[in-house]
Design a protein around this ligand. Structure first.
Ligand code: XUL
Length: 519
């Protein structure tokens, strides 16, 4: 017997589908649909519109809808067993908001299978474009929200993040304040995730807890919208947002449109879509406290699962509710390969040269240290760029190569701890995770094993896994263990001596960072 589940991922540039068989634990099919290549008529070369207004980045929601129809048609034409899919779920880029008028519910209720979705709901928007997570234009609204709720720390304590420009609350406030008429005509405010869920459910559905925690409006302790935050953001917002939804809720049967047009089974069930980062957390198998992922890219991103909110919330972390209903923390260090490249370019090194230098310098770097802020930094927030050296000669190339990596790992460990995470194992991904020397430093600084993973579509996979948990009521660990799309290509263990050196060095690093922030 086969038990098929479909997971989707509506990301900034593409929509991806994975089909899995929960009986054989196999990932059977993966397909991505790129908006720019396949739907050029929306004018989004990278998945978003160039508005030419300072900091504003929007995308057309109809593009996501047309992509959904096109992708499902491909699945159908590729002969996927649509009839046998038990449930469908998804995940979407976080924070983006979609504004719909009072025709939306009726349009969903009367969808005709002969005509594509984007034709049938095109008149349902009270705002034609959606601000997405790259939009940085709401600093004024962030300040107002912080002030109305009693300061940034209080917003952080309530919602899991200080008010942040790209988060949905400040974006909604900006719309309500600057276009009051259009705001009045808005009956539903959705996130990308709940908007796409609503299409499948055939009715407007509220935002799920994971994505609600990316709004600055959601009480992450009580798992409900925060009345005062809603009130200070815009009028009648509670009605427009609807009640937030547990990500493990089965919402009911798929809308008839999908049955008639693509051959889904009439009994196929629908689950709420989540935010992409929370979904990726479980897609990577991080379902127990301490399990952490680090992606070494242009920026370095660290996220992991934990259960108890820290007493003092780090102002630089984002705490979301995880699909497991635990918490997850997300930290984005702007100076990832930006800083590594800055050093490599400064001394005109190839990566081989760079590795040679790392190999000849010892853990602890003879006390030479650095603050790796070659560009302005987000964790911690540092506006002024320029790496800082301590006990480190700028002409000592090898020591500089090691100093930047050690500093990055120290910063990651320190800020992970401040955010409530105590990493016990690390899954490393991203370009620089190919570099074993960098990973050994990571294992030594964190004093835990580091595994290198080859992952495919962990976000869409996470959505499908969540559907299995909700329907089959099996433990998370058992379900993620069954899926081996996450291939371990190497595993590094911490060196006890190096770990002891780094334990001391971390104290010095924290002092350097604290002094720099206080100056
Ligand atoms: C997370 C964030 C991005 C988007 C991109 O806070 O803004 O990772 O979710 O998809």
């Amino acid at each position: 017997m086969s038990r098929y589940y479909l997971g989707l991922d509506s990301s900034t540039q593409s929509l991806t589908a994975v089909l899995i068989n929960a009986d054989s634990n196999q990932l059977l099919y993966e397909l991505s649909f790129n908006y720019a290549e396949e739907l050029p008529h929306y004018g989004c070369s990278d998945g978003f519109l160039d508005l030419q207004t300072a900091g504003e980045v929007h995308a057309p929601p109809l593009m996501w809808v047309e992509a959904l129809d096109s992708l499902l048609m491909k699945l159908h034409n590729d002969g996927l067993p649509m009839q046998e899919i038990i449930a469908v779920s998804g995940a979407a880029q976080q924070h983006g908001t979609v504004y719909l008028n009072n025709g939306f519910a009726a349009a969903l209720n009367t969808l005709q299978p002969q005509s594509p979705l984007h034709h049938q709901i095109q008149h349902c928007f009270s705002r034609q474009s959606s601000p997405i997570w790259m939009d940085n234009s709401t600093s004024a609204q962030c300040a107002q929200i912080n002030q109305a709720l009693g300061g940034a720390d209080e917003v952080n304590r309530i919602s899991g993040s200080v008010a942040i420009e790209r988060f949905s609350g400040p974006q909604i406030k900006k719309f309500a304040d600057s276009q009051p008429q259009a705001y009045k005509q808005t009956s539903h405010i959705m996130l990308v995730s709940s908007f796409l869920t609503s299409l499948f459910a055939g009715r407007p559905v509220g935002v799920d807890y994971t994505d609600a925690s990316g709004t600055n409006l959601f009480d992450i302790t009580k798992k409900q919208w925060h009345a005062k935050a809603l009130h200070c953001c815009a009028e009648q917002l509670a009605e427009k947002l609807s009640t937030a939804v547990n990500p493990q809720t089965v919402l009911g049967r798929i809308a008839p449109y999908f049955v008639q047009r693509y051959g889904f089974n009439i009994d196929c069930l629908v689950l709420p879509w989540c935010g992409d980062n929370p979904s990726s957390l479980v897609g990577l198998g991080l379902v127990e406290p301490g399990m952490t992922a680090i992606s070494l890219g242009t920026s370095d991103t660290l996220f992991g699962l934990f259960q108890q909110l820290p007493k003092n919330m780090s102002p630089w972390a984002h705490t979301f509710i995880a699909p497991t209903l635990d918490y997850m923390s997300l930290l984005c260090f702007r100076n990832g390969s930006l800083a590594r490249e800055a050093i490599r370019n400064r001394y005109q090194l190839s990566w081989d040269d760079y590795n040679q230098h790392l190999a000849v310098t010892p853990p602890g770097n003879h006390g030479a240290m650095m603050l790796p802020w070659f560009e302005s930094e987000t964790v911690p927030k540092v506006e002024q760029s320029g790496g800082k050296r301590f006990n480190l000669d700028e002409n000592d190339i090898a020591a500089n190569c090691r100093a930047v990596i050690e500093a990055q790992m120290m910063a990651m460990r320190h800020h992970a701890e401040l955010a409530g995470l105590s990493p016990t194992s690390i899954h490393a991904t991203g370009g620089a995770s190919q570099n074993q020397t960098i990973l050994q430093i990571m294992a030594d600084v964190f004093k835990c094993p580091v595994e290198v993973l080859k992952t495919t579509n962990s976000t869409a996979l996470g959505a499908a896994l969540r559907a299995i948990v909700a329907l089959e009521k099996r433990p998370w660990q058992e379900i993620v263990d069954g899926f081996s799309t996450v291939q371990t290509t190497s595993r590094l263990m911490p060196d006890q001596q190096a770990a002891a050196i780094y334990r001391q060095m971390k104290k010095q690093y924290i002092k350097l960072e604290t002094d720099a922030l206080n100056n």
